[in-house]
Design a protein around this ligand. Structure first.
Ligand SMILES: Cc1cc2nc3c(=O)[nH]c(=O)nc-3n(C[C@H](O)[C@H](O)[C@H](O)COP(=O)(O)OP(=O)(O)OC[C@H]3O[C@@H](n4cnc5c(N)ncnc54)[C@H](O)[C@@H]3O)c2cc1C
Length: 430
């Protein structure tokens, strides 16, 4: 098969990219999705909270997804469901498989990687104990309850304060289960504060910070977990162990961008995000290969995933139609004090002449008082402080809440000479 733009993954990131690629003029846009249906993770997210940013409405996940599916089909986007992409080559060839065609080879002028992310499983955590039934990731439990109609247990302990774990604490309570406790190893929550309030506090579900699971008990089925308080280095403090009887342990301990295909394609990955390095148009280090959504970095809100997908789709269409010029000089974005990462990681200063550019980042640790977000221009690997281009006051910063910052057009001429832009959190009220 041949197409202008091939999108791998039919979640909100991929659908937004496909729609905007079509709207931008790409004729043949193909979405390849391994599941039977489009929508990515959203069909199992039957709670509300989606779409406030994009539609100004509070929608459920399936409703939000359906709007994008309808628009994509209306625009004539071609869809290959039930089709697994096995390989992507840097020269923009895709190998995929499905029951109908066997092996498919697809040649695309441009590719958008939109494979989403996956949950960190128990094996990656190294919790000691037996291997009884009753240990699930929160997303698996969500699928069982919301789509397949199974309750995975009755008495739950949830490890990790990621958003999926908190949302599932509420869901399981609605379904008649009892959530004994939610344990978080860090001294702060890793998900959104709105979920702490709406999913835990409103249902009197206890949250214990600086606590983890040190043992899982049970032969055939989980019978209890042993929780303990941890010190600042996340080491269990002897004498603080507590046995919590339960039949199910849910893990909500982080999401990892799904990048096996990106790696195969020779795309350079950022160790801090787990996703590809991208420029302001979401092009990866391989020309003609773009990335959209949670494959780039894990977003909090689907609205931001869709917006990023739109951007990637426009860039991919421009590339496919030969409208993207030669690569311009690039400025590297660097994470300074209390910043874990910044996306995009590279920026064409010329792009700022046309429009403002949105940076997205996460902080390393929470500061519950006003701080400044500072952007400075420095020379390469400059350790010296540079010219301050922007300073924005924030009421607080939290690792679980992504921070967005717009670089205005007005600073375009001031970054022409810069090699690096450093973004830092400044805690002094200055
Ligand atoms: C449990 C949960 C609750 C959430 N709650 C909220 C909320 O309340 N509000 C909110 O705004 N956001 C919420 N989100 C976030 C939002 O759902 C995600 O940010 C969004 O779905 C990410 O979109 P995506 O397109 O990047 O990835 P996904 O939705 O994961 O889609 C990726 C798609 O790629 C496909 N794929 C992967 N690999 C291949 C391959 N090799 N071949 C073919 N197809 C492939 C997958 O099958 C999948 O369909 C929640 C997320 C989760 C998991």
């Amino acid at each position: 098969m041949h197409c202008d733009v091939a999108v791998i993954g039919g979640g909100p990131g991929g659908l937004a990219a496909a729609i905007s690629a079509r709207e931008r003029g790409a004729r043949h846009v193909l979405v390849i999705e391994r599941a039977e249906e489009l929508g990515g993770i959203l069909p199992q997210c039957i709670h509300n909270g989606f779409g406030v940013g994009v539609f100004g409405e509070d929608l459920t996940g399936p409703t939000y997804a359906q709007r994008y599916v309808d628009r994509a089909l209306e625009l004539g986007v071609e869809v290959l469901p039930d089709t697994m992409v096995l390989e992507v080559e840097g020269r923009r060839r895709i190998a995929a498989t499905n029951a109908q065609h066997g092996i498919l080879e697809i040649e695309a002028q441009a590719i958008v990687l939109a494979m989403g992310c996956r949950e960190r499983p128990r094996g990656a955590l190294g919790i000691p104990g037996t291997r009884p039934a009753g240990v699930y990731t929160a997303g698996t439990a969500q699928r069982l309850v919301n789509m397949e109609g199974y309750m995975p247990g009755q008495r739950f302990v949830i490890l990790g304060s990621g958003d999926i774990g908190m949302i599932m604490a509420r869901r399981l309570t609605f379904e008649g289960g009892r959530v004994e406790r939610l344990l978080e190893i860090q001294p702060f929550v890793s998900g959104l504060m709105r979920n702490v309030v709406q999913c835990l506090q409103d249902f009197d579900i206890p949250l214990q910070l600086s606590h983890t699971v040190v043992d899982i008990r049970g032969e055939d089925r989980v019978e209890a977990v042993v929780a303990a308080e941890v010190d600042l280095n996340w080491q269990p403090i002897p004498g603080t162990e507590e046995v919590i009887p339960c039949d199910t342990l849910l893990l909500s301990v982080g999401l990892i961008p799904e990048n096996e295909l990106s790696r195969q394609a020779g795309v350079e990955l950022d160790g801090s995000t787990g996703g590809p390095y991208v420029d302001e148009g979401f092009q990866t280090s391989v020309p003609g290969i773009f990335a959209a959504g949670n494959v780039v970095h894990v977003y909090d809100l689907v609205d931001d995933v869709s917006r990023a997908g739109e951007r990637a789709g426009v860039s991919a269409a421009d590339f496919a139609l030969g409208r993207r010029g030669e690569s311009a000089p690039r400025v590297r974005l660097r994470a300074g004090d209390n910043i874990r990462y910044v996306v995009p990681q590279v920026l064409d200063p010329g792009s700022l002449h046309a429009e403002g550019q949105r940076l997205q980042m996460r902080v390393r640790r929470p500061v519950e008082e006003p701080v400044y977000l500072v952007v400075e221009a420095r020379s390469r690997n400059g350790r010296e402080k540079g010219e301050v281009l922007l300073r924005r006051r924030l009421r607080y910063v939290r690792p679980g809440e992504m921070v967005s910052l717009s670089l205005p057009q007005a600073i375009a001429s001031r970054i022409q000479e810069a090699e690096e832009l450093w973004v830092s959190v400044e805690e002094r009220d200055g």
